[in-house]
Write a protein that binds this ligand. Structure first.
Ligand code: ATP
Ligand code: MG
Length: 442
């Protein structure tokens, strides 16, 4: 739809025809908007905040757009920092809340050399100030390009976003393929925002995604990590995962997990993964903490099981195979999503502790109970129940073990040991020998 770009037409939705209300806008954002207006500048709330308010949500951050330059903004606010090299932005700081104020910017190449385009169409620099119309059409989705004007409390729409929000549609502004080539992460944003808002991806916007999914390999792995956190740790992990699958993006982001799921005919690995994500969503809903390490342990578990099975198939001893599989999966995953070590190490620990849940020797039981990663590893074991009932005994044993006083537990375990020198019940020992392949069979 290049027509939108060439000549955007303003549709002004007056206050009485929309539900964006000042009482739902952060007081600090209102302060910034009013001060800009009083100084004679245009001042608008823009982007995700307007979209979220229109669908009745609670935005977590409020962005402001203005025709004031960053230097002019800085002169108006004592608590203002200018940031960004590629594009200068003003941050107005109120304690822990930061209101981001951006000057309208254009995407059109004006020949000034301030904007360079990569051969593949990827945008590398965009440093040109522009009009509000320019600013609207350079945004990604129509729903993200709505402006709430503090001067008359109207919503200004240049790209049909107001109707798309009403119809719950994610629609790219302009030609979808071109926009994805400029920035492949927009494919993930489409899926993520559709999942978050319970929107559909409009058909022309969805169509190129499977074809262009491979372009994600050009995106910065650190940026993809941030996108993953937003996709999976903000309460809509299952919907995001299903969206990635449906639009052919799973393999671009998690190639080994996608391969493992495809070859797991029983579907048990997928069940386990979805159970883990749905537990994450439930925790977010209850305001409980969620950790990237646990999340990635869930997302990459299928890859780990597959790698473990391959190594054991080649004759490697289970303990060695577990360690190697954990390293291999982590290293391979870094090619697409940059998982920082402070998360990948505990993720590996969660995996490597799994085979220790089948051991009942007194010393081992107490050692595992006091392991700093015990709780996460046990929660992970509980998630694995969704894939295989085989772990039901273990989950029950360890749930009780955590609650029992130490001496009661010790006495109970000593009773077990009387039957068996090794401290493992005979049934357990059998299980242990299979433990590597048992995981792989999930
Ligand atoms: P949320 O904050 O809920 O994740 P958001 O839409 O606010 O969603 P941000 O990353 O905060 O996402 O971006 C703010 C705004 O900047 C967007 O609403 C959109 O208008 C614009 N934007 C963000 N990323 C892109 C992009 N890749 N291409 C074009 N415009 C973008
Ligand atoms: Mg935002």
């Amino acid at each position: 739809m290049p027509a939108i770009q060439a000549n955007p037409i303003l549709r002004l939705i007056p206050r009485e025809e929309h539900n964006v209300s000042r009482k739902d806008i952060s007081p600090n954002a209102l302060r910034v908007l009013y001060r800009l207006r009083d100084a004679g500048f245009g001042a608008f709330l823009v982007g995700g905040a307007v979209r979220d308010l229109l669908v009745g949500g609670h935005p977590k951050d409020f962005d402001v757009a203005t025709d004031a330059t960053p230097e002019q903004v800085k002169q108006l606010f004592r608590n203002c920092r200018l940031i960004g090299r590629r594009f200068r932005l003003a941050h107005v700081v109120f304690g822990r809340e930061i209101i981001e104020v951006a000057t309208f910017r254009a995407n059109a190449d004006d020949g000034s050399g301030d904007r360079e385009t990569h051969e593949g169409g990827r945008v590398l620099r965009d440093n040109v100030f522009g009009s509000v119309e320019d600013d609207a059409v350079r945004r990604d989705f129509t729903a993200n390009a709505l402006y709430y004007a503090i001067e008359d409390f109207s919503v200004r729409d240049y790209v049909g976003g107001f109707e798309d929000v009403r119809d719950r549609l994610m629609r790219l502004i302009g030609d979808p393929e071109t926009r994805y080539r400029e920035d492949p992460v927009r494919m993930l944003r489409a899926v993520r925002l559709a999942a978050k808002l319970d929107f559909q991806i409009e058909s022309a916007t969805a169509e190129p995604i499977p074809r262009l999914a491979h372009l994600l390999s050009e995106a910065a792995p650190a940026r993809l990590f941030e996108e993953c956190l937003k996709m999976f740790l903000t309460g809509h992990a299952v919907a995001s995962f299903e969206g990635l699958e449906r639009h052919g993006l799973l393999a671009a982001l998690f190639p080994e997990t996608a391969a493992a799921l495809a070859s797991n005919r029983s579907g048990a690995l997928r069940r386990m993964l979805v159970a883990g994500l749905s537990g994450t969503d439930a925790r977010v809903e209850r305001d409980e903490p969620v950790s990237p390490a646990f999340l990635f342990a869930v997302l990459l578990w299928p890859a780990y099981c597959r790698s473990l099975a391959q190594l054991q198939h080649g004759g490697m001893h289970v303990t060695e195979a577990e360690r190697r599989a954990a390293d291999r999966v982590t290293v391979h995953q870094l090619n697409t999503v940059a998982l920082p070590r402070r998360f990948s190490l505990p993720m590996q620990e969660i995996w490597l502790l799994q085979s220790r849940f089948s051991l009942r020797q007194r010393k081992r039981v107490f050692r595992l109970l006091s392991h700093p990663r015990f709780r996460a590893a046990f929660d992970f074991l509980s998630v694995r129940l969704a894939a295989s009932n085989e772990h039901a005994d273990d989950v029950e044993f360890w749930r009780e073990a955590q609650q029992q006083p130490g001496d009661v537990l010790a006495a109970q375990l000593d009773g077990h040991s009387a039957h068996d020198e090794s401290g493992e019940a005979p049934r357990r020992r059998r299980r242990r020998r299979r433990s590597g392949s048992a995981a792989a069979g999930e």
